[in-house]
Design a protein around this ligand. Structure first.
Ligand code: NAP
Length: 261
């Protein structure tokens, strides 16, 4: 389905983004990979050579002013048009809100929300004109309920889920698919940063692999699904929270996420 389509993936230098790059390359898609770490992108590009697809790298910090506009212009110069935009880049800051650095939190909000909105806004006019295109947004199971100790991160992911669903409704008669994938814990570098030290083993015990997430995201995108939660346990959790009072849900969430020390 995505053979010879041009796919732009943000956050492709590690984790879910790298796995998605591999999955789209297997399917014969041409790739534009975006991240800050040039060495990682170069190494991945070498690995993807076995699939015989063209891979173009753009080294960029999505939070820098003008970065999203530059990325889309450079991608279009390199591959002509963008058929699929994968908004995957994101970070998760963990800790007690009042102890967190507000500049770091703002940086996360810009990356997880503003960059995603701006990139989407930049690629959509061409897709609407062609009446074809796909948007794949990576949110999180954190999108479905309040997340004490990840207050701001969870809120950014609720934003991504709600934005994606609204956009799906606006665009569904225009030939453009919007799929939002909401993973639970995944074994990636995500937990190596963001103050997760006390939570890391707990969070990663039931974690899925980035390859599993990429496979299921790829499948659901191909099927035109709107929102998808990979993994039975994760899915069950997102269903159960709908039936409990919000305060109860928040307190259970707090028990799971609270710092151990
Ligand atoms: N891992 C989990 O448990 C989990 C669960 C649910 C949802 N998610 C979501 O999945 C997505 C991918 O995360 P991951 O788990 O694969 O984590 P990861 O391995 O840490 O990957 C994050 C990616 O984002 C890129 N990135 C970070 N800041 C950036 C910036 N300012 N500009 C451009 N790129 C930037 C990183 O590349 P550079 O550092 O090279 O720039 C990296 O490629 C995120 O949106 C995350 O919220 C993860």
């Amino acid at each position: 389905m995505f053979r010879q389509k041009n796919v732009l993936i943000t956050g492709a230098s590690s984790g879910i983004g790298s796995a998605l790059a591999e999955r789209f390359a297997q399917a014969g898609a041409q790739l534009v990979l975006v991240a800050r770490r040039k060495d990682r992108l170069t190494a991945l590009t070498k690995e993807l050579k076995v699939h015989g697809v063209a891979v173009h790298n753009i080294v960029a910090d999505l939070v820098e002013p003008g970065a999203c506009d530059r990325i889309v212009s450079e991608a279009k110069r390199a591959v002509g048009r963008i058929d699929v935009l994968v908004n995957n880049a994101g970070v998760g800051e963990y800790g007690r809100f009042h102890e967190q650095d507000v500049d770091v939190l703002e940086n996360m909000m810009q990356l997880n929300m503003s960059a995603l909105v701006r990139l989407t806004h930049r690629v959509l006019p061409d897709m609407i004109e062609r009446r074809s295109g796909h948007l794949l947004n990576i949110a999180s199971t954190a999108a479905f309920q309040p997340t004490p100790y990840m207050c701001v991160y969870g809120a950014t992911k609720s934003f991504v889920l709600n934005f994606s669903l609204s956009l799906w409704e606006e665009l569904r008669r225009r030939g453009i698919g919007v799929t939002c994938v909401c993973p639970g814990p995944v074994k990636t570098e995500f937990f190596d940063r963001g103050g997760f030290e006390t939570q890391k083993s707990h969070m990663t015990r039931l974690a899925m692999s980035a390859d599993q997430i990429a496979e299921s995201a790829y499948t659901k995108l191909s099927q035109g699904r709107t929102a998808h939660v990979p993994g039975m346990l994760n899915k069950l959790g997102t269903i159960l929270v709908r039936f409990a009072p919000l305060r109860t849900v928040t307190r259970i969430s707090s028990k799971l996420l609270a710092p151990k020390s």
